[in-house]
Ligand binder design. Structure first.
Ligand SMILES: Cc1cc2nc3c(=O)[nH]c(=O)nc-3n(C[C@H](O)[C@H](O)[C@H](O)COP(=O)(O)O)c2cc1C
Length: 272
């Protein structure tokens, strides 16, 4: 008799545990968890960088990279934003904190901001990142909210009304603190900073291409206005705005087309 009670008791226990587990999985506690997983007050804990198996080869990313100025009305995912920022200026060496970009004397003069539009970045639970300007910290791979609100219109005005800055769900703004490099290299440090921003920009271009996103390097803007819009520090000088979005049209070229082009030009060489 006691044995039968024991069996019923154990079966009931298993049933109750299973039901509780199912309830936990489907009750939305998962959703609550993912919200707090990524947002801690003013700080966004970005999903950790993935060094994924290549989706595109380096050569494909180079061949398919194009300046894209026309985007779908779609958000970026937090994971895409995480990968773009890591590619731009993320950590790739843990002893000295070296980054994806080469940097003269490892002085790392760049500071990266992100302007997130209304419904510009979707979180894994389907909610959206608060619109505003955020500053990237490569070491903790986090974003810190600097200014609240959809700043895209102001950024677009500061960028000589370039429509793509208004339409992109997100714009990455690369700033430089010249002093970090010029204090080591003097006047020559300025050119080193300009070279480095080019590296970071190309990293963003290639990562965007690999993720199926589109971007364009925007250099035409009023520095002081952009600085104010994003809430940068007085010594952080904006050098590039890179709007990023889901492209309306992706660019592709074949090896054959490139080969034909090169051969035509070789023929021109021969015929003088
Ligand atoms: C330093 C620099 C500044 C640029 N500024 C702008 C800009 O203000 N607006 C824009 O639409 N494109 C800008 N571009 C993108 C160029 O127009 C683009 O790279 C060029 O047309 C070649 O096209 P591709 O990038 O598709 O190869 C800039 C590019 C560089 C390198």
């Amino acid at each position: 008799m006691i044995r039968e009670y024991l069996v019923v008791f154990i079966v009931a226990l298993i049933l109750i545990s299973t039901i509780m587990l199912l309830l936990h999985l489907f009750s939305g506690s998962e959703t609550m968890e993912s919200e707090t997983t990524y947002i801690r007050g003013n700080i966004v804990l970005l999903p950790l960088p993935k060094i994924r198996k290549e989706v595109l080869s380096v050569e494909e990313a180079l061949a398919y990279r194009r300046s894209i100025r026309s985007y779908e009305d779609k958000p970026l995912t937090l994971e895409q934003l995480s990968q773009l920022l890591w590619a731009a200026y993320g950590i790739t060496e843990t002893r000295y904190g070296f980054k994806t970009c080469p940097s003269a004397g490892a002085t790392y003069p760049l500071e990266i901001y992100v302007v997130v539009g209304e419904r510009g970045v979707v979180l894994p639970n389907g909610s959206f990142l608060e619109p505003g300007s955020y500053k990237y910290d490569p070491h903790s791979h986090t974003l810190k909210l600097v200014k609240r609100g959809d700043l895209r219109y102001e950024l677009y005005r500061a960028a000589l009304n370039q429509e793509w800055v208004l339409r992109a769900p997100v714009s990455i703004v690369i700033c430089a603190v010249y002093e970090r490099t010029t204090s080591v290299y003097g006047e020559r440090g300025y050119r080193y900073v300009y070279m480095e921003v080019g590296h970071a920009g190309q990293n963003i271009y290639l990562e965007a291409t690999a993720l199926g996103l589109g971007t364009v390097a925007v250099g035409a803007f009023y520095d002081d206005k952009v600085q104010k819009v994003i809430g940068a520090q007085p010594d952080e000088h904006p050098l590039y705005i890179m709007p990023v979005g889901v492209p309306k049209k992706t660019y592709r070229i074949s090896e054959q087309e490139i080969a034909r082009y090169i051969e035509d030009h070789r023929r021109e060489l021969e015929t003088g």
